[in-house]
Ligand binder design. Structure first.
Ligand code: PEP
Ligand code: MG
Length: 587
């Protein structure tokens, strides 16, 4: 049994599917002699598919970004023909009888050790290219894909050291019943993915990858962070019973999708969904969302072989608008950088990526993509799906007023260009994402120049506490219920309400019952969260009055430690809505 952080509530019991950092299946069985030829053919096929992928990428990048940018993909393709690399993998398969994912892993580790040691910049870069090729190859060899490339439907518990944004793209719609990661915190990608799917998850479960192999039975309790590998029969049957109750409760809450979101004293709330694509927009409707409060458009870029063109973006935004409940969508411009890197924007690895060249800062440096994205949104707003829709544009990671003015000039420029080209467009309200403390402290001044505010508490908390949200050694500090965070949130919400500017919160805490009660008590009325969490929050809202929420917030104001806040709010939520016990988190 291991203890981590419960980051998505509920209970799951199932077979483990282990993936390591680069997505190679680490199972090291021995092949029978007669299997060797078929295994080598499988590896060759994976190489062919990867090669085709890289060639398509070269063509797209050359068309859309410029011929000078294709070099990196050409070198990567050359690796697939490199006799030294391929010979080593072949040796592992043919001489040492290893399945190809294991063979690839062994060879990769050998090169990776060299990468750690070498001081030669050229060699280092080539080895980084090799890393990217291995990622692509191992994706092609994934046991979660059948021979024909179709996903396997059996739900499994995903076990990984860490989940990176590109893993999430690779996982796509694969059936999962739970997630466990060895690192990460409450707002890591694994946590966000799990909440998006409404499945239990535990992060920071130390050492779990060393004690769990593919196919092992594993229990995940996302309420308190418990993970059990090889449960005994009694544990298994107790947790299976809890899993059934969890699935029943989730189903029952989802039946309330058509009920309005209202507090017990009849105050209307707006519960919106955070989405990464068209399918999520559809799921948002099925969960009873009032609209889309955050469309993270970077996933369109991450899942695309090159920069999606303006026309491709336009088509995608139109689809999202058509699928969004109430035709309400907030489209956030590219939020890349940090840990979300894409190959066609360069390979630079920064010492402090979250404090560096990310998000709006990166968009300013690539005005060609940025302007195209703004143009695509303005055009989508004038398209048949968008004309009567409630569309807003949201800009991430705003730090200064100068940035807002620069954005406004870009939006005007996009409009002017479209008018000159006689392309239909419509200006839409624009808002800032509040996730940098500097912006929180100057909010009154910024508010005069934007139409609305969306609080990105995931980043706000990490920047406020100076603690990387994905680093398990410090992620305990990334605590939305800590007194300093609550104080800043209250200040921002009150400033927006006083100025009459709409404000919502789209960080992960919006869907956490305890945080929701406090935000309600601070005066927030619009919340955007993973679609799967909307039914729970709607049910909780119906059991609480504004006066009760304000009283909890007021009691919390005198608490001086996070632990005290957690305990106090946890107790109150339990008293107010005991039916939600299975979804409550105890840490
Ligand atoms: C946030 O920072 O709270 C947020 C919603 O944005 P992301 O998680 O995409 O950084
Ligand atoms: Mg953010």
């Amino acid at each position: 049994m291991r203890k981590g952080i419960g980051v998505s509530p509920g209970v799951a019991v199932g077979q483990a599917y282990c993936v390591d950092e680069i997505f190679v299946n680490p199972e090291h069985t021995q092949l029978a002699e007669q299997e060797v030829f078929a295994e080598w053919c499988r590896f060759e096929k994976a190489c062919e598919r990867t090669s085709a992928e890289l060639r398509a990428l070269q063509q797209k990048v050359s068309r859309q970004v410029g011929k000078d940018q294709v070099g990196v993909f050409q070198s990567q393709e050359a690796i697939l023909r490199d006799p030294a690399f391929i010979g080593k993998v072949r040796d592992q398969i043919v001489r040492y009888l290893r399945p190809s994912p294991a063979a690839l892993e062994i060879v990769f580790k050998e090169y990776d050790q060299l990468r750690a040691k070498t001081k030669d910049a050229y060699l280092k870069q080539r080895l980084l290219d090799l890393h990217d090729v291995v990622i692509r190859l191992s994706g092609q060899l994934s046991p979660l894909l059948k021979e024909d490339g179709a996903p396997d439907e059996t739900p499994r518990v995903l076990v990984a050291k860490e989940l990176l944004p590109w893993h999430i793209v690779a996982i796509g719609g694969l059936a999962l019943s739970g997630i466990v990661t060895q690192t990460g915190g409450r707002t890591s990608h694994a946590a966000i993915l799990a909440r998006r799917r409404g499945i239990p998850a535990v992060t920071a479960a130390r050492g779990v990858c060393d004690h769990c192999a593919n196919g092992d039975l594993i229990v995940v309790d996302g309420r308190n962070g418990t993970v059990i590998v090889h449960p005994d029969p009694e544990q298994e049957s107790a947790y299976r019973k809890l899993q059934r109750e969890f699935v029943d409760l989730r189903g029952k809450l989802a039946e309330n999708r058509d009920r309005p979101a209202r507090t017990a004293d009849g105050v209307e709330l707006t519960l919106l969904a955070n989405i990464n694509g068209v399918e999520d927009a559809q799921a948002a409707g099925a969960m009873g969302a009032g609209g889309v409060g955050l469309y993270r458009t970077e996933y369109l870029f991450l899942s695309h072989p090159a920069v999606p063109s303006e026309e491709e973006q336009l088509a995608n935004y139109r689809q999202v608008i058509a699928a969004a409940p109430g035709k309400r969508v907030t489209i956030r411009t590219l939020d890349l950088g940090g840990d979300k890197t894409i190959p066609f924007l360069g390979h630079d690895r920064e010492a402090n990526p979250f404090m560096g060249w990310r998000s709006i800062r990166l968009s300013f440096e690539h005005p060609e993509f940025f302007l195209e994205q703004i143009r695509a949104v303005l055009r989508a707003a004038a398209a048949p799906e968008g004309a009567d829709a409630d569309i807003t544009l949201l800009f991430p990671m705003i730090t200064t007023l100068e940035e807002i003015r620069r954005i406004r000039a870009m939006v005007r420029k996009a409009g002017k260009q479209l008018a000159a080209e006689k392309k239909p467009y419509r200006f839409v309200p624009f808002g800032l994402m509040l996730e940098v403390p500097a912006a929180a402290f100057t909010i009154e001044s910024l508010l005069r120049e934007v139409d609305f505010v969306s609080i990105g508490s995931n980043d706000l908390v990490q920047y406020l506490m100076a603690a990387d949200r994905d680093n398990p050694k410090v992620s305990h500090l990334c605590e939305p219920l800590s007194p300093p965070v609550l104080r800043v949130l209250q200040r921002v919400i009150q400033s927006c309400n006083r100025a009459g500017k709409p404000v919502n919160l789209c960080g992960e805490m919006a869907g956490d019952p305890r945080s929701f009660v406090l935000l309600l008590g601070m005066g927030l009325r619009t919340f955007s969260m993973s679609p799967a969490l909307i039914p729970t929050i709607k049910d909780l809202a119906a059991q609480i009055t504004l006066e009760q929420a304000a009283a909890v917030m007021s009691d919390v104001s005198s608490q001086r430690t996070t632990d005290q806040v957690r305990k106090l709010v946890g107790r109150r939520v339990h008293e107010l809505a005991p039916n939600l016990e299975l979804l409550e988190s105890s840490n």
